[in-house]
Design a binder for this molecule. Structure first.
Ligand code: NAD
Length: 247
């Protein structure tokens, strides 16, 4: 019997990068998975257009996904956007927008799914934080603050819903090889040099793969992790826990 047989999952930001790898991994392990994304491919089954910054859009997409799946056991809150700069680099509207997607989006989506999670025997939520939450990355003030809030929210949700049998955990990836990072690199003057710089910043000397993050998410969401809640699992080559930097 496969690990996720009979379990139903929704993955926000599931159309690209880490989210797409999570969808593939959960499906490989036997789950039925719906993608909720701004860029959902409507031609594909179980893909629903959703803006996690908009409550009406979230409520409609979660309801449609739950209908199609026949319930929801697992919510992966992975949709997120970046922001560069120090505190002077982003105005109030940008702070509100990034928090609305990266933080409040988690609350909107999970709140919409909550009655279904309460009805599930294997309810799990996994939120995507980032190394930025704890590492003090330069020129990432807004992004880092939003991802720190993801960790705080994860712990608060874990405490609030523990007795309802809903586990809530986070993953904190280091810099990962996704279309997002690809976009950043192609905008650089010398993409190959920038990529080498990013790789050198990782203690293990390379970017994290989206699949490595997906494996961590799948573990936290799985019935194997039933005593694990409120944690953040780092997938960053040792950067956070070992306080390592590659020289
Ligand atoms: P990506 O840009 O490749 O994919 C992000 C997906 O989220 C896209 O499909 C996009 O359409 C969707 N999305 C964006 N805004 C949305 C919204 N308002 N509503 C619904 N969907 C929306 O990015 P990625 O690198 O795969 O990042 C995924 C997550 O991982 C993000 O939360 C990001 O902060 C986090 N993360 C990424 C890295 C990295 O280095 N790539 C490192 C740490 C954490």
């Amino acid at each position: 019997m496969s690990e996720f047989a009979g379990l139903k999952a929704i993955v926000t930001g599931g159309a690209s990068g880490i989210g797409a790898a999570i969808v593939a991994e959960l499906e490989r392990q036997g789950a039925a998975v719906a993608v909720l994304d701004l860029n959902a491919d409507q031609a594909k089954p179980l893909q629903f257009t959703c803006d996690v910054a908009d409550t009406g859009s979230v409520n409609a997409a979660v309801a449609a996904a739950a209908d199609a799946l026949g319930g929801i056991d697992i919510v992966v809150n992975n949709a997120g956007i970046g922001a560069a700069g120090d505190i002077a680099g982003n105005d109030d509207a940008e702070w509100a927008r990034v928090f609305s997607i990266n933080v409040t989006g988690i609350s909107r989506v999970t709140r919409a799914a909550l009655p279904l999670l309460r009805a599930s025997d294997h309810a799990a939520v996994v939120n995507t934080s980032s190394i930025g939450a704890t590492a003090g990355l330069p020129q990432r003030a807004l992004y880092s603050a939003s991802k720190g809030a993801v960790l705080s929210l994860t712990r608060a949700m874990a405490a609030d819903h523990l007795r309802e049998g809903i586990r809530v955990n986070a993953v904190s990836p280091g810099t990962a090889d996704t279309p997002w990072v690809g976009r950043l690199l192609s905008a650089a003057e010398d993409p190959a040099y920038e990529r080498a710089q990013l790789e050198a910043r990782q203690p293990h000397g390379r970017l994290v793969s989206a699949d490595e993050v997906a494996h961590a998410v799948a573990y936290l969401a799985s019935p194997r992790a039933t005593s694990t809640t409120g944690v953040s699992l780092a997938v960053d080559g040792g950067m956070q826990e070992l306080r390592l930097r590659k020289e």
